[in-house]
Write a protein that binds this ligand. Structure first.
Ligand code: UGB
Length: 598
């Protein structure tokens, strides 16, 4: 081809590789050298990027694509020969003795952990314009998800250090996987907020690249409809996090530094950190190579089900079966009702929330073999039943929870189930879709994500002995929810239930209309009767005892119209706003001992 003359020798090799893979159509209709040369160089640069960012390069990508597309055309079932059954895992009940023991064990391990947030998704289902980690987790304080995650990691690390008497004090690493869709805005959020108190050197961003789209069953790479000198690309999925961690060299760095655990989590789950210490305790106590934190799952809920798969040839694994595959798999294996609730009111298959705890040593050993490549899948939308043409281009995808699929049978893969209210309240669905969720199933919306935080905090205080009014039922954005007292605390007040129990004593009462915001670390709630709003700010060296009777008009929740474009999008997706009518707000900015007893 004449155009090879404009390329460097390395670029020529890449072009030849494409031709050998029968991708000659990519060069079709290219004018002679001298015309559009800059664009042609951009094309080959893109090929170089696609090649280097995929384990095994484009050759491997196209080869796997051909195999998976052939399987898909044949209608081959990925679970062929596997029989599903309900696995057994560690079941945690918040606050009981076993929970407290695991929590204590887990906190000690935090100093040996690295945290990894996958935040490359734009959240098409939510239909929100910004990045999801910048969304307020709740609107009482307005703290965003990323702030809450970072403060939780910092406080857990501090607690860990205290418990282990500083044996291994270190800045716990925090990695965020971004994509072109989220990278710049994530950096901006961090920089404009001084990394929410974390050292910038503690935070590492790894950007995932998109993968090439496939135009047909022969895995011909799709030309971008907008530019004939570009290959069309789409996201490859959250499974990329494994190859990125491996190729970045971070895993080795962590191992050399003596770390033992890698914790993965997702972009919008405000409850997660309430269960992390106990789940880490389970990992350490049971020496799990893989521990997947899960919650009771409602049938048809859009979260995968943790399932034991047993093959006639003896293979067996405990793995997530994605929500769209669980029902057909059950129906095909003698369960005519498919994905259905059992007598507990939940599906017998625990729900995957993509909170994985991997033991670093075995993780590195495995990735040294695979390079971090995760079993992929393809989901082409065919034009008709002949399955010869696609409605639009497709691509290979992978999911981070599929990591155990390549593990040997000797690997210790387990899971931990928590109470349904404790660990999972994602913000994924837009108001219209959330309102259509089957009755009794979680909405996974901004409305349910926020109200679940008030519920969990109220339930936790109840378990600590506080008398809290029952919730009232309300409907926001077409979703019926329970509204509990708006109780919110910063991670520096409590990151474990043990912290909460230490800081609450005597006879306390909180009415349903109340708001309690605790922003100081050393605040003791003792004999408080709250019917209104109370906000406490204090520096770490101020010890504040809060009691007595606080009564005022408080902060009310007002229903709003989601289509009212005069309101910010963050408010509209919730269907309510908080009117801060009256509060008692106290700030203690100097060290010392104080008593608040109105
Ligand atoms: N994400 C990325 O970082 N990169 C990508 O390319 C894609 C996503 P979704 P999904 O816990 O509720 C998962 O879209 O994939 C990040 C599990 O597969 O929110 O539909 C993205 O930013 C499912 O089993 O979820 O479903 C976000 O943080 C169940 O566990 C995360 O990956 C479900 O999550 C998840 O992306 C759940």
């Amino acid at each position: 081809h004449k155009n090879l003359s404009i390329f460097t020798p390395d670029q020529v090799e890449l072009a030849k590789m494409l031709l050998e893979m029968e991708q000659g159509h990519l060069f079709e209709n290219w004018p002679d050298p001298g015309v559009d040369d800059d664009e042609k160089i951009c094309f080959i640069d893109q090929v170089a990027l696609l090649n280097s960012s995929y384990p095994g390069g484009l050759i491997s990508y196209v080869k796997t694509a051909r195999e998976l597309l052939a399987d898909s055309k044949e209608g081959k079932n990925p679970f062929d020969g596997f029989v599903p059954s309900v696995p057994s895992g560690e079941i945690l009940t918040f606050g009981d003795d076993k929970f407290m023991k695991y929590e204590e064990t887990g906190v000690k391990q935090v100093q040996n952990a690295a945290f990894v947030l996958v935040a490359g998704g734009l959240g098409e289902r939510l239909g929100y314009d910004g990045i999801k980690v910048a969304l307020p987790m709740e609107t009482t304080t307005g703290a965003c998800f990323l702030q809450h995650y970072i403060e939780s990691i910092l406080c857990l690390s501090e607690a860990s250090c205290k418990q282990t008497q500083g044996e291994s004090r270190r800045d716990v690493p925090f990695v965020i996987m971004t994509s072109d869709d989220t990278h710049a805005r994530t950096i901006q959020l961090l920089e404009s907020n001084s990394y929410f108190g974390m050292k910038p050197t503690q935070v590492e961003l790894l950007k995932q690249e998109k993968v090439a789209c496939l135009a047909d069953n022969d895995a011909r790479l799709a030309v971008d409809p907008k530019n004939k000198y570009r290959i069309q690309t789409k996201p490859h999925g959250h499974g990329d996090v494994h190859s990125l961690l491996y190729s970045s060299g971070l895993l080795k760095e962590w191992k050399d530094a003596g770390l033992r655990w890698v914790l993965f989590f997702q972009d919008t789950n405000g409850l997660l950190f309430k269960a992390i210490p106990a789940a880490l305790g389970v990992s350490a106590s049971k020496e799990y190579h893989v521990n997947s934190l899960s919650v009771p799952r409602k049938a048809k809920e859009a979260i995968g089900g943790i399932t034991r798969l047993t093959h006639a040839d003896g293979r067996e694994m405990v793995i997530n079966v994605e929500y769209n595959q669980l029902d057909p798999l059950l129906r095909a294996t003698g369960h005519p009702d498919g994905d259905a609730n059992c007598e507990t009111g939940f599906s017998p298959y625990p729900g995957n929330i993509n909170q994985l705890i991997l033991e670093l040593g075995p993780y590195i050993d495995e990735l040294s073999k695979t390079g971090g490549a995760i079993k992929e899948f393809v989901n082409p939308k065919y034009k008709d039943s002949t399955k010869t043409a696609f409605k639009s281009s497709t691509r290979l995808e992978c999911m981070m929870q599929d990591y155990p699929k390549t593990l040997p049978p000797s690997a210790r893969v387990g899971f931990t189930v928590t109470d349904p209210w404790l660990a999972y309240a994602p913000v994924k669905n837009n108001p219209e879709d959330a309102a259509k969720v089957p009755k009794g199933n979680p909405y996974h919306s901004a409305t349910s994500g926020e109200t679940a935080i008030y519920r969990a905090n109220s339930m936790i205080l109840r378990k600590a002995g506080v008398n809290i009014d029952d919730p009232v039922s309300e409907v926001f954005n077409g979703q019926g929810v329970e509204v509990w007292a708006r109780v919110v605390w910063k991670p520096k007040w409590a990151v474990t239930f043990a912290d909460v129990k230490r800081k609450v004593s005597g006879n306390n009462f909180i009415s349903q209309k109340s708001t309690l915001v605790i922003k100081g670390s050393n605040v003791i709630i003792q004999d408080l009767s709250l019917d209104g709003s109370l906000v406490i700010n204090s520096v770490d060296d101020a010890e504040v005892q809060v009691g007595g009777s606080v009564k005022n008009n408080g902060w009310t929740i007002e229903s709003i119209n989601k289509d009212d474009t005069t309101l910010p999008e963050e408010v509209r997706i919730r269907g309510f706003k908080i009117n801060k009518t009256e509060q008692l707000e106290k700030s203690y900015s100097e060290p010392g001992k104080y008593t608040l007893n109105p």
